[in-house]
Write a protein that binds this ligand. Structure first.
Ligand code: PLP
Length: 414
């Protein structure tokens, strides 16, 4: 008797990109042609049509009154932010320089919000002058904003970022519950609201962000419900009616074998219920969800060229001209506990009839520089292009490009 082969978990199909003449198609171009257009490898390419399609898909399930914001730290490339600014209702920034990019992109300051622990006074001044909503994350920021507001003779628009008293279940990166550097603990918020009122700041609402990279619709719905309930309770102590209730986001995308795309339908239904409640219970409040990764992640690829092929003790190594210095998260070194492979393919050999087991490594002199660990890939040679999917978020800007002094990568919106 033979033991049956154990079914290995596989990557979700990366069918958002078409295939033509044996090559992946990105931005309506065959990959090798796109590489010529870019003029170098490695590069990131973000596909406009896919960005538009993703927003349309969300709009189709979200209640029309719920606002969709883009958390631009996921992908701050100015051209991407420019495109997104025209598609979503608002942009969430996390620094003074992101604020500049969002304003340059034409984002409406009324719908722009600024969050992050450790905002410097210079950044707070920029935000007050720009007239954007500032998500307060500490008691110190109240005093600082009151002084800046007086100094500039401009009102400071504020919301309170709450560190909820619950956790987002199944989240890849927990951002709430227990001690956290983000926001103000829910139990301290009534006192903070008192200080906001005393300082005469223009209170406009709450932001609750429970976590990131969640693939469980039930957990996201639960977090949204609990966030709503918590905000409703806290609103009793607010000096002014809530105008913005930002329920966070945390929508995930499938990166690793066994993961599947998020089912949006229950989330849309849940938000529709909350929207109905808000109409009655917080009539001036607009519900907001803020998404980074979910909006841009699946629309981007990282493309790197094979510069060497070698076999070491039976294992094929494809040595590429890019690696962890451009794409830290695909190398497994950006928050992963156990390294797993991103979906990867040989983008210039999509019609290959066979596969071989190979590892794709970068040019850095460290074993951490690994883009694919023993994956079944189309047989590839020097000159072929390796594609790392799911690379539109937390790629270029989240990577240590200077490490080892190799050339920087380019980014294109196509
Ligand atoms: C990072 C961040 C986001 C975006 O998270 P994603 O997982 O990329 O959707 C949204 N809101 C806040 C406050 C954040 O810090």
């Amino acid at each position: 008797m033979t033991t049956p082969l154990r079914e290995l978990p596989v990557h979700a199909p990366m069918n958002q990109f078409a295939v033509r003449q044996g090559e992946l198609v990105v931005g309506e171009k065959r990959l090798s042609t796109l590489a010529e257009q870019v003029g170098q490898t490695p590069f990131y390419a973000y596909d406009r049509a896919l960005l538009r399609a993703r927003v349309a898909e969300l709009r189709a399930v979200l209640p029309p009154a719920v606002k969709l914001h883009y958390a631009m730290k996921a992908n701050p490339m100015p051209a991407v932010v420019g495109l997104m600014a025209g598609l979503v209702d608002g942009i969430d920034v996390a620094s003074g320089s992101e604020l500049k990019v969002a304003l340059d992109a034409g984002a409406d300051p009324q719908e722009l919000s600024f969050a992050g622990p450790g905002k410097r006074d210079t950044e707070l001044r920029q935000a007050v002058a720009a007239g954007v909503l500032i998500n307060l994350e500490s008691f110190r920021e109240v005093g600082a904003l009151a002084a800046i507001s007086q100094d500039l003779a401009l009102p400071a628009r504020v919301a309170v970022r709450v560190n909820p008293d619950f956790e987002l279940k199944g989240s890849g990166m927990k951002m709430s519950g227990g001690p956290k550097p983000f926001g103000v603990d829910a139990e301290q918020v009534p006192r903070l609201l008192g200080e906001i009122a005393a300082a005469g700041l223009a209170f406009e609402g709450f932001q609750l962000f429970a976590g990131s990279q969640n693939l469980r619709a039930d957990a996201i719905c639960e977090a949204q419900q609990k966030s709503y309930e918590l905000a409703l309770r806290l609103a009793q102590d607010a000096p002014l009616p809530v105008q913005f209730l930002n329920l966070g986001g945390g929508f995930g995308i499938p990166y690793f074998p066994g993961e599947q795309r998020l089912d949006l339908t229950p989330i849309g239904d849940n938000l529709a219920q909350l929207q109905l409640r808000a109409q009655a219970e917080m009539p001036q409040a607009a519900l907001v969800i803020e998404l980074g990764r979910y909006l841009v992640g699946e629309a981007g690829v990282y493309v790197t060229r094979i510069v060497d092929r070698k076999v070491s003790r039976g294992l094929v190594y494809l040595v590429a001209d890019g690696g962890l210095h451009h794409h830290l998260s695909a190398s497994g070194n950006f928050g992963q506990v156990v390294r797993k492979n991103y979906p990867v393919c040989i983008g210039t050999q999509t019609d290959a009839a066979t596969t071989e087991v190979a590892s794709v490594v970068g040019p850095l002199c460290t074993p951490l520089d690994l883009l694919a660990d023993r994956m079944a890939l189309a047989p590839a040679q020097v000159g072929d292009l390796v594609v790392v999917f799911q690379s539109g978020a937390y790629g270029a800007s989240a990577s240590p490009q200077r490490f080892l002094g190799h050339p920087e990568c380019l980014e294109v919106l196509v």
